[in-house]
Design a protein around this ligand. Structure first.
Ligand code: NDP
Ligand code: 8X3
Length: 251
């Protein structure tokens, strides 16, 4: 059912977005891959089974987002599925010791980038009377954990924006879903800890974390439901995780 659907994935150069590129492509979709690192996108596209179109893009730049969507080649314009995945965490400091430039990065990417991309893509979906937005939120959008302050705030915002979009689009056939994962082993912690690979590695040690593929499988499943079925929200944890605060690690 996803054959020839056009799927736009932001943050497709790594982690969950990269896995979504592969899984949607395997499901027969045509994928538009957007991220800042074009070389990574080219490498990923070279290994896909089906057609892809690459868009070097910083979702924090509203004009660039508008231009990128308006400038899609005609055969790629009718986006059926938007996966709003681009995002990051920066640091795990107490708020009063935190780095405001990291706050800006998180707010500008996780909230404003998602808004800009949705604003650019949704009018076409409304005009065509079809479409599906899948936002990648987080368990951090439901809970707040120590040092999570601003990252959790951005994911709470994604939760509110998802619910708002669903209300705004209720009189259309367009579906709005969110996937809210717990711990997924990607480049996320490497980015959060500014390239400290040892610290990043410890986040995923002592238990079996989720993979990008686990989340991508879920995104494909959500997108492939019959058109009258709107999966609103999927919270997905590793089996060793029960909440943000409760994680069972083997010693
Ligand atoms: P990764 O760091 O592996 O991937 C993040 C992706 O986002 C990269 O492709 C990166 O590409 C892209 N990105 C970051 N900033 C921008 C930007 N300004 N413009 C365009 N693209 C950008 O992390 P994940 O795959 O784990 O993260 C994907 C999403 O999943 C995020 O929204 C994250 O918050 C969420 N999430 C992650 C969890 C986890 O445990 N890993 C759990 C719950 C949610 P590039 O640098 O090339 O621009
Ligand atoms: C990323 C996972 O647990 O660090 O959203 O918030 S977590």
């Amino acid at each position: 059912m996803l054959t020839d659907k056009i799927v736009l994935i932001t943050g497709a150069s790594a982690g969950i977005g990269q896995a979504c590129a592969r899984k949607f492509s395997e499901a027969g979709a045509r994928v538009i891959l957007a991220a800042r690192r074009l070389e990574q996108l080219e490498e990923i596209a070279a290994h896909l089974q089906g057609p892809s179109h690459l868009v070097p893009l910083d979702v924090r730049d509203q004009r660039a987002v508008e231009a990128a969507i308006a400038g899609l080649p005609s055969e790629w314009q009718a986006v059926d599925i938007l996966v709003n995945n681009a995002g990051l965490g920066r640091g795990l400091d107490k708020l009063h010791e935190g780095d405001p430039s990291g706050w800006d990065e998180m707010i500008d990417t996780n909230i404003k980038g998602l808004l800009y991309t949705s604003r650019a893509v949704l009018p076409g979906m409304v005009e065509r009377d079809r479409g599906h937005v899948i936002n990648i939120g987080s368990i951090a959008g439901h809970e707040v954990y120590p040092g999570g302050n601003v990252y959790c705030a951005t994911k709470h915002a994604v939760d509110a924006i998802t619910k708002g979009m669903r209300i705004d689009l209720v009189d259309t056939p367009i579906r709005v879903s969110t996937i809210d994962p717990g711990l997924v082993e990607t480049e996320f912690s490497l980015v959060r800890f500014h390239g400290d690979a040892d610290r990043a590695r410890t986040v995923y040690q002592g238990y079996k974390p989720l993979t990008g593929d686990d989340i991508a499988d879920t995104a494909v499943w959500i997108a492939d439901r019959p058109e009258h079925v709107q999966v609103a929200e999927v919270i997905i944890f590793p089996t060793a995780q029960a909440s943000s605060a409760v994680l069972h690690k083997e010693r």
